[in-house]
Design a binder for this molecule. Sequence first.
Ligand SMILES: [Cu+2]
Length: 176
Amino acid sequence: MPKVSTARADRAISTSAIAASLFIALVVMISSLAHAGGHGQTVTIGDLKIVEPWSRATPKAAKVAAGYLIITNSGSEADRLVSASMPLAGKTELHEMMMDDGVMKMREIEGGIEIPAGETVTLKPGGDHLMFMMLTEPLAEGAKLKVTLTFEKAGSVDVDFPVAAIGATQVPEHTH
Ligand SMILES: [Cu+2]
């Protein structure tokens, strides 16, 4: 009888080992899918490459939300992000953060955001950002916002901004 129970135990172990490796494979697959989704799309327009666009869900009463992205200019001339628009926002501005009497405030960037030749500009929490204003509805976690970015030289391009959870401080599902 001990033999049988050992065999059973072996079988039980190998079954659970298979289940565990299948589970791990599944988790890896799902997290890589989520990871790819979390990065949002990579968009290229002319010499500019846009990666990791994202925004953040808003509570019901909120009228503003921020948008973030990374822009790399591989060209030999500077370009400039001059404006942006988003269908759920009555108005979209380009904002910067600044200290005013010891208080962090934000204000519209006059003349847009320069993307110097050969450099990468990151719009992120605490720094420059897109400000979606006069929202016509709350931004829902998991949604994708179609944002139109207009550059002085490269022209206009549509970029999908995935919406992270309320309070998120980085790209959704971003795990590096
Ligand atoms: Cu702002």
